[in-house]
Ligand binder design. Structure first.
Ligand SMILES: C[S@@+](CC[C@H](N)C(=O)[O-])C[C@H]1O[C@@H](n2cnc3c(N)ncnc32)[C@H](O)[C@@H]1O
Length: 276
């Protein structure tokens, strides 16, 4: 009950701040336990090729750990100056200042397009206020990690639940959740597909409908309409099957083009599609 009341008060404060021009308070300073930080970064398989952005970076522990333990680069944004100062001092001390930095900035106004991994431990309502920004600015394939609170209506790629004594002081319960999302490519629309003659004679039209990661659709092959089966979209990777012996398609979506392979009758051949 206390937790619910606190959330309601903060949501009310967030609405008031949004109405004025002040930065929305996306959550109080409560650091993620270090074991959760490690679990988050492992769940997203963070590595040296990654650029990690933490929204509301607190003492900087997520970005610092991503650099120190997993070899990544990145930055954190935080509205409390003193925390930004502490984080930059820690980066200097640990010899990480060439790979990470911390800036005093409103997370809602931060350009996040550079991220390959985005992390947040924010209030449930603010996590959801960020959903449109995440979808508009992050590239397909970017991993999003949210500590404790889900993005409504978006099926996570994975989530883990654990019990941690450390969390009792923070949220009153031991339950800890980590949600991993992958930003989906935009595939909705009508596509003109070129497929091998062994799969279909002539051109194929694919009509795809999309709601975040959920995709359904049909294929028009030689005047016949058929529903696509087992359609999956993970980041830029799209796959589906045509009914019967029509073949298993997989491909990479890049803007208005898809390129990949289709497997039919034990033979793999290339296929491609362009948005009509
Ligand atoms: C729950 S703490 C999380 C700290 C860190 N990410 C971690 O997991 O250890 C949330 C942080 O977000 C910061 N914050 C809240 N609203 C913000 C805003 N509009 N812009 C930037 N930072 C914000 C708070 O000051 C706080 O340090």
């Amino acid at each position: 009950m206390r937790r619910l009341l606190a959330c309601l008060c903060l949501a009310y404060a967030a609405a008031l701040a949004a109405a004025s021009d002040k930065p929305v308070n996306a959550g109080p300073y409560v650091p993620s336990p270090q074991s959760v930080v490690a679990d988050m970064l492992k769940l997203a398989d963070v590595g040296p090729g990654d650029f990690v952005i933490d929204l509301g970076s607190g003492d900087g522990r997520i970005v610092l750990t991503a650099a120190k333990v997993f070899g990544a680069r990145g930055f954190g944004v935080e509205i409390q100056d003193n925390l930004v100062k502490l984080s930059n001092e820690a980066a200097q001390r640990e010899g990480l200042a060439d790979r990470v930095r911390f800036i005093t900035q409103d997370l809602f106004k931060t350009d996040i397009s550079q991220a390959t991994v985005l992390t947040m431990y924010l209030l449930p309502n603010t996590v959801n206020m960020l959903k449109d920004k995440l979808l508009a600015e992050l590239r397909p394939g970017t991993r999003i990690l949210s500590h404790d609170y889900p993005l409504a209506g978006w099926i996570p790629e994975q989530y883990v639940q654990m019990d941690l004594e450390d969390k009792v002081a923070i949220s009153g319960v031991t339950t800890t959740l980590i949600y991993l999302y992958v930003v989906p490519a935009r595939v909705a629309g009508s596509w003109h597909a070129k497929v091998p003659a062994s799969v279909a004679k002539g051109a194929v039209r694919l009509d795809l409908k999309q709601q975040l990661t959920r995709v359904s659709g049909s294929a028009r092959v030689g005047g016949r309409e058929m529903l696509l089966e087992d359609v999956r979209l993970k980041g830029e990777q799209l796959s589906f099957r045509l009914p019967g012996r029509g073949g298993r398609f997989s491909g990479t979506v890049r803007g208005q083009a898809i390129e990949g392979m289709v497997e039919a009758g034990g033979v793999k051949s290339p296929w491609s599609a362009s948005l009509r």
